[in-house]
Design a protein around this ligand. Structure first.
Ligand code: FES
Length: 102
């Protein structure tokens, strides 16, 4: 596992928002929720919806395409139509930077 620095500052992600970034060839969605940062695979396992464009509520992200919900902390699927979760990565704010463990 390596710690990879995101090519943007933590402040570029608004509270309750997300940004998609490609790190080590993977599309990863970075979320800012209640002041903490979370990283999940961006691609919904149902039909490929972009989770970085989803809605955040109660520590979960809802896929913008058909509404599957995933835990921001673990990537576990909490509500279909997706039948499996997404990978979660440890994401840490260091100064103004964000580091993701991949
Ligand atoms: S693509 Fe995400 S719920 Fe269908």
């Amino acid at each position: 596992m390596a710690k990879i620095k995101c090519p943007f500052k933590a402040s570029e992600i608004p509270e309750g928002g997300a940004k998609c970034v490609e790190l080590e060839g993977k599309k990863i969605a970075i979320f800012c929720y209640k002041g903490a940062y979370y990283a999940l695979d961006d691609t919904c396992p149902h039909e490929g919806g972009p989770l970085s464009e989803g809605f955040l509520e109660e520590g979960e992200v809802e896929c913008p395409w058909h509404g599957a919900r995933f835990s921001l902390k673990t990537g576990e699927v909490l509500c279909g139509p997706a039948t499996r979760g997404v990978r979660a990565y440890h994401c840490q704010k260091i100064g103004e930077d964000l580091e993701v463990e991949i």
